[in-house]
Design a protein around this ligand. Structure first.
Ligand code: FE2
Length: 311
C-alpha cells in the first residue's frame, strides 16, 4: 500500500510538472489549456532609403502564402536621420503592406544617441518609439535601442527602461510568450565582447539579458548589421536579419512561423530583377555563363559585417 501510494504521488507530481512546463513553453491558456493558434510574421530590417527595394519587399511579402499576420520593421527606416521627406516616403510605401506593420527606431532614424529633436520628429511622423501589442496569445514588445546607446539622455533612458520592465511584468502575469524587437543586436559574436558600432554597451547588454532570462523571453529580433546573426542566450533566441537596402548578401527578410511551442524562421531572399546584358554584342552562351556566375556569387551567405557607416 505504501509503495502504491508513493508511485501515485510520483505520477501526480510528474503530471503537474508537465502541465506547468507546457503552459510556460507553449503559452497555453491558463484556464482552458488550449494551445494558441499558429501564425506567421515577417522580420524586415533596414529599408534605409532604398525605396525600389522596399517596394519589392512589400510586393513580395503581400504575395506570400499563407499571408503573414504582420511585419516587424526593425529600424533604419530611412537613411538621413530625421529627414521629414524620407519619413513621408517610407510611410507611403509602408502603407502598401496588406497586413499591419510595426516599426522601431534605428540610428538612421533618430541618430546613434537618440537626439531629442530627431526623436521628437520620429514620434510625430512615425509614432511611438516603444510600445507593446498582443497577437494570438503572444506579447510583442518594441524597444528603442538607441536609448540603450545614448549617454546624455538619462531621463528618457530611465523612462524607457521602467516602461520595459513593466511591459515584461505585464506579459509574464498573463503567461503569454514574449518576443522583443529592436534595432541594435545586444552583441554580435560573444556575450562579453567590447562595445563597437554594431552592439549595445556591455553594462546595458548584461542588464537586458538578465531581464530576458527572468521573464523567459522567447526571442529578441534586431537588424542594423545588414547581415545575419543567430545566437542563443539561456533560452532566448537572438536573431539579427539582413537588410532589404544594401550590403547584405543576400538581401532579404525573415519569415517566422509560430506553431504550438515552436518558433521557426527562415530567410527569404529579396526577389530582384534580372540584370540586363551589359553588351548587346555579348553572345547568349557567354551572357548565360556570366549570369550563372553572378547568381552563384550573390547567393553565397555573407557572415562578415559590412564597413562601419555613421548615421
Ligand atoms: Fe543601423
Amino acid at each position: 500500500m505504501d509503495r502504491l501510494s508513493t508511485s501515485s504521488k510520483l505520477v501526480l507530481t510528474f503530471m503537474f510538472l508537465l502541465a506547468g512546463w507546457g503552459a510556460s513553453a507553449g503559452g497555453a491558456d491558463k484556464e482552458t489549456g488550449e494551445k494558441p493558434e499558429s501564425f506567421t510574421f515577417i522580420q524586415l530590417c533596414d529599408p534605409q532609403g532604398n525605396w525600389p527595394n522596399f517596394e519589392r519587399a512589400v510586393k513580395q511579402i503581400n504575395t506570400l502564402k499563407p499571408k503573414p499576420d504582420f511585419v516587424l520593421v526593425c529600424g533604419d527606416l530611412i537613411k538621413k536621420a530625421g529627414s521629414k521627406e524620407e519619413f513621408e516616403t517610407f510611410k507611403r510605401i509602408n502603407a502598401g503592406f496588406q497586413m499591419p506593420s510595426y516599426c522601431v527606431a534605428g540610428n538612421h532614424d533618430i541618430g546613434i544617441g537618440a537626439s531629442p529633436e530627431k526623436l521628437e520628429r520620429y514620434r510625430k511622423l512615425i509614432g511611438k518609439d516603444y510600445y507593446s501589442f498582443e497577437h494570438k496569445n503572444h506579447t510583442f514588445i518594441a524597444v528603442n535601442t538607441q536609448l540603450w546607446i545614448a549617454e546624455d539622455q538619462k531621463e528618457e533612458c530611465e523612462k524607457h527602461d521602467a516602461w520595459f520592465r513593466q511591459a515584461l511584468r505585464g506579459a509574464a502575469k498573463k503567461q503569454t510568450p514574449i518576443i522583443v524587437f529592436g534595432h541594435y543586436p545586444l552583441f554580435t559574436r560573444e556575450i562579453d565582447e567590447e562595445k563597437h558600432y554594431y552592439n549595445v554597451p556591455p553594462g546595458k547588454r548584461v542588464e537586458v539579458l538578465a531581464l530576458f532570462q527572468e521573464f523567459h523571453v522567447v526571442a529578441y529580433l534586431s537588424g542594423h548589421t545588414h547581415g545575419n546573426l543567430i545566437n542563443k542566450h539561456k533560452g532566448t533566441l537572438l536573431v539579427t536579419t539582413t537588410a532589404t537596402s544594401f550590403g547584405g548578401k543576400p538581401l532579404g527578410f525573415r519569415l517566422w512561423t509560430v506553431r504550438q511551442s515552436r518558433y521557426e524562421h527562415r530567410l527569404i531572399p529579396l526577389a530582384m530583377p534580372k540584370p540586363e546584358p551589359v553588351s548587346p554584342g555579348l553572345s547568349p552562351t557567354v551572357f548565360a555563363a556570366c549570369l550563372a556566375l553572378c547568381e552563384a556569387l550573390s547567393s553565397k551567405s555573407q557572415e562578415t559585417l559590412p564597413p562601419i557607416e555613421s548615421a
